[in-house]
Design a protein around this ligand. Structure first.
Ligand code: MN
Length: 260
């Protein structure tokens, strides 16, 4: 057993997601976590919170439902789940690793900004806990399978866990919509950028009242070679380090001159 594998064995792992406590992707990640550690806790939203981003519930109390000793639901957002787990449920011993997902659907490029899955990992990072977000791209012709995650995630977790801890950093992992044997590799990639992300449908409800419906019609095709979009396009698993500090470094000096 490697040192990382040994350290993980005794580590407390918190598993969460944004698809809710009953999501098959959560079960898959829970199984991955259990293969690595003997102290796995699941604290996930009671109902689906996809695209909840990094929202925190402040104006109402949160209720906790216990399904098993180490499996609980919170009637809030993914961020609420991490906050409640770390500061309340697991305050006797903080988790050393937070795994979020496996999301039903990819979290590539600008998805990251909307994603509740990624936000849960961001919250863990803010709390000083190592964290990884996992997402499985959907296939258009078959139900979402988590076989790629089940086969490849344990090794990815071990490798990322070995990385030196760094302030404000988390990892975003996406699995391509192929069978485990068809995966072409694991590729370290930067966050990509689409330019045709949001689509709108306009219609009328059965009462005749007009509505608009926001959707995601963005194509994932990209010309860039080093992005998460390109990795998935090539059938690879993408691993992207993300940074919480949103400061635009190049503008700092320019702005300082302007305001001198
Ligand atoms: Mn989701």
């Amino acid at each position: 057993m490697t040192t990382a594998a040994q350290a993980l064995r005794g580590e407390r792992i918190l598993v969460t997601n944004d698809d809710g406590i009953h999501a098959p992707g959560l079960r898959a990640l829970e199984a991955v976590a259990r293969s690595l550690s003997d102290d796995v806790w699941v604290v996930a939203p009671e109902v689906e919170q996809s695209a909840a981003s990094h929202s925190l519930t402040l104006r109402r109390p949160l209720r906790i439902r216990r399904f098993a000793e180490r499996r609980l639901a919170v009637d809030g957002t993914p961020t609420d789940c991490v906050v409640v787990a770390v500061n309340h449920l697991l305050k006797d011993r903080r988790p050393g690793l937070v795994l979020s997902g496996v999301n039903h659907g990819g979290n590539l490029a600008e998805d990251v900004g909307y994603s509740g899955t990624v936000a849960a990992a961001m919250e863990a990072t803010l709390l000083g806990i190592r964290s990884i977000a996992f997402s499985q791209l959907r296939s258009s012709d078959a139900p979402t399978s988590f076989a790629v995650a089940e086969q490849h995630a344990p090794d990815i977790v071990r490798r990322l866990y070995e990385m030196p801890e760094m302030r404000d950093r988390l990892f975003n992992v996406n699995f391509p919509p192929v069978s485990p044997d068809a995966v072409t590799g694991v590729r370290v990639a930067r966050q990509g950028r689409r330019d045709d992300m949001v689509g709108m449908v306009e219609g009328r409800d059965p009462g005749g009242h007009p509505y608009v419906w926001i959707g995601h019609w963005g194509g994932d095709a990209t010309e860039e070679k080093d992005t998460d979009l390109a990795a998935i396009q090539d059938g690879a698993i993408s691993v992207t380090p993300l940074h919480l500090d949103l400061t635009h470094e190049k503008s700092l000096a320019l702005l300082k001159e302007r305001f001198a």
